[in-house]
Write a protein that binds this ligand. Structure first.
Ligand SMILES: NC(=O)c1ccc[n+]([C@@H]2O[C@H](COP(=O)([O-])OP(=O)(O)OC[C@H]3O[C@@H](n4cnc5c(N)ncnc54)[C@H](OP(=O)(O)O)[C@@H]3O)[C@@H](O)[C@H]2O)c1
Length: 294
């Protein structure tokens, strides 16, 4: 039996469907009635493979009951909440669960010192020192699922407004990864002892310029939309004003600053150790567009 924490996240859901689709028995952590309701919907398709169990990462003791008789565990909750990671590790130790997969992010590799990076690195340290048979996977920006917070939002915005704002020149490199490639990697490493006590970067097939990515989105979506480019300095100023007026915003000035950085991530080690072979952005975005029914 496999334990899954974070099964209701956009990535966790894909991992759950892949595991259950392969006939694996999965026990999912649900911290609320709403999470339970969402998992019950997936369970309708795989009634014999999915169990739902209560608990909350705020307390290790609340996780112990659900971890009984578990052989392997997957953790798909943001690593910046390092209190949660600590609690999860404590509960795993109590229940003698050794084999684990944790989802981190390539944010830990960006060359600026932001809080989220420091927090994720701290959690990776706990994991490395945990004594568990862990594998850490660090996906780049994930796309391909409703709720991915990246491209699904962008596509919906473009469809409605017929324009898109680029912060900076758009000449920076990105290497987004398709959600199914990440889900496949998770199930792949669980079965592969070569990956124990290792950390892998997971990115899309090739890096591409942000501007090239927009051209592909335009071509695959068949949506004519205008591109408005704003220099980084002006963008940061505009976002800080917007945040002050609206009191909240999905964007912050750090994120805009990071638009200047090339985000290119070789994945040779993952390819060698567990045959990681991701799709290109063209293939992945075509699938996302057809799923979002454009
Ligand atoms: N978005 C990207 O491009 C990207 C890139 C690289 C890596 N990732 C990784 O992908 C994963 C999913 O991302 P996300 O943004 O969807 O994650 P998230 O918002 O941190 O977490 C989502 C999951 O964690 C559960 N959760 C949160 N607090 C909990 C608690 N106290 N007790 C039990 N469960 C709790 C949520 O359950 P509820 O349903 O109850 O809220 C949900 O299932 C993360 O590990 C993230 O680092 C994302």
């Amino acid at each position: 039996m496999i334990y899954l924490a974070g099964a209701t996240s956009f990535l966790g859901k894909r991992i759950l469907i892949r595991l259950a689709g392969n006939g694996e028995k999965v026990r999912c952590l649900a911290r609320s009635m709403e999470a339970r309701r969402r998992l019950e919907e997936i369970k309708l398709k795989f009634p014999d493979c999915i169990e739902i169990v209560g608990g909350n990462l705020l307390s290790p003791d609340s996780l112990v009951y659900g971890l009984k008789d578990i052989e392997k565990a997957i953790y798909v909750v943001r690593l910046e909440y390092h209190g949660y990671v600590k609690n999860f590790i404590e509960a795993l130790r109590k229940c003698n669960v050794k084999r684990t997969v944790f989802i981190s992010s390539t944010t830990v590799l960006i060359p600026t010192d932001i809080k989220v990076k420091k927090d994720k690195i701290k959690s990776e340290e706990y994991i490395r020192n945990s004594g568990l048979d862990y594998t850490v996977l660090r996906p780049s920006m994930i796309y391909g699922a409703d709720g991915d917070n990246n491209f699904s939002k962008m596509l919906k915005f473009i469809r409605k407004k017929r324009f898109f704002v680029v912060f900076g020149s758009g000449e920076n490199m990105i290497q987004p990864v398709y959600v199914e490639d990440v889900a496949k990697a998770v199930t792949g490493v669980l079965e592969n002892s070569k990956t124990i006590k290792k950390i892998y970067e997971l990115a899309g097939k090739y890096p591409l310029k942000y501007n090239e990515m927009l051209k592909i989105v335009r071509m695959k979506s068949n949506l004519p939309f205008k591109i408005i480019k704003l220099p980084i300095g002006i963008s940061k100023f505009a976002v800080s004003i917007y945040k002050q007026i609206m009191k909240k915003s999905d964007l912050d000035t750090d994120q805009i600053e990071r638009m200047k950085i090339d985000k290119v991530y070789p994945y040779n080690e993952a390819a060698n150790d567990f045959g990681y072979s991701p799709v290109s952005f063209e293939e992945g975005i075509e699938k996302e567009i057809s799923e979002l029914e454009f």
